[in-house]
Ligand binder design. Structure first.
Ligand SMILES: C[S@@+](CC[C@H](N)C(=O)[O-])C[C@H]1O[C@@H](n2cnc3c(N)ncnc32)[C@H](O)[C@@H]1O
Length: 197
């Protein structure tokens, strides 16, 4: 974490490069390492606002692909194909609304984060609930062979989700990208190549 008064280099870089958020560098690094995004792919981005993951994903999937973002808040970026947005709470959004835009996805990303309370156990549980909700989307909307990347605040119950992903994907990785603040408890779980049901 940068010292008070010292600008965060990732934030400065994001501003200079026209990204909506410093979060983009976490996705960029994981994509560089695991080759998740390619031209023509259909991507679902859960917790997409302000929109830097959408900007980066769109640049990778190109005009023949699709990036659908979902968030309770609208993205702060210009929305034009291949970018689409559905507003809503991930807990209550009807999956049929998502399927009407795109029936299945090649990649599902979740950077969903709860509003933190400062109470570690509460924040961890809320983050885990969001990660399991994202997993429910991936269970239903991710095609076989697809990849699932989900943020979670690490805690004693994280292994329960890891176990589910290990069973559902041919490989599961636990990733802490360089753009993620060292002091933050966030990690990313990555399920690679979803097995056929
Ligand atoms: C860390 S930000 C995502 C940043 C994004 N990946 C980017 O690159 O700009 C987390 C987002 O999750 C959203 N969020 C949290 N809980 C949500 C919920 N229950 N339903 C919908 N969106 C939610 C927040 O509104 C916020 O925009």
């Amino acid at each position: 974490m940068p010292r008070p008064g010292v600008p965060d280099p990732y934030r400065l870089k994001a501003r200079q490069e026209g990204y909506a958020s410093r979060a983009v560098y976490k996705l960029k690094e994981m994509d560089r390492k695991f080759h998740l995004l390619k031209p023509g792919l259909r991507v679902l981005d859960l917790g997409c606002s302000p929109g830097s993951w959408m900007q980066y994903s769109a640049s990778k999937v190109g005009p023949s692909g699709l990036v659908l973002g979902i968030d309770r808040n609208p993205p702060e970026i210009e929305l034009a194909p291949p970018l689409y947005f559905v507003p809503g709470e991930v807990e209550s959004l009807d999956l049929e609304t998502v399927k009407a835009v795109c029936p299945e996805f090649d990649v599902i990303l979740s950077d969903l984060a709860p509003k933190t309370t400062g109470v570690k156990e509460v924040d961890r549980q809320r983050s885990l609930d969001l990660a399991f909700r994202a997993w429910e989307y991936a269970r239903q909307l991710l095609k076989p062979g697809g990849h699932f990347l989900v943020k979670v605040f690490e805690g004693p119950d994280t292994p329960a989700l890891v176990k589910e992903l290990e069973a559902a994907f041919s490989a599961c990785r636990i990733v802490k990208p360089p753009g993620s603040r060292a002091a933050s408890r966030e990690i990313y779980l990555l399920g690679l190549n979803k097995r056929a049901a």
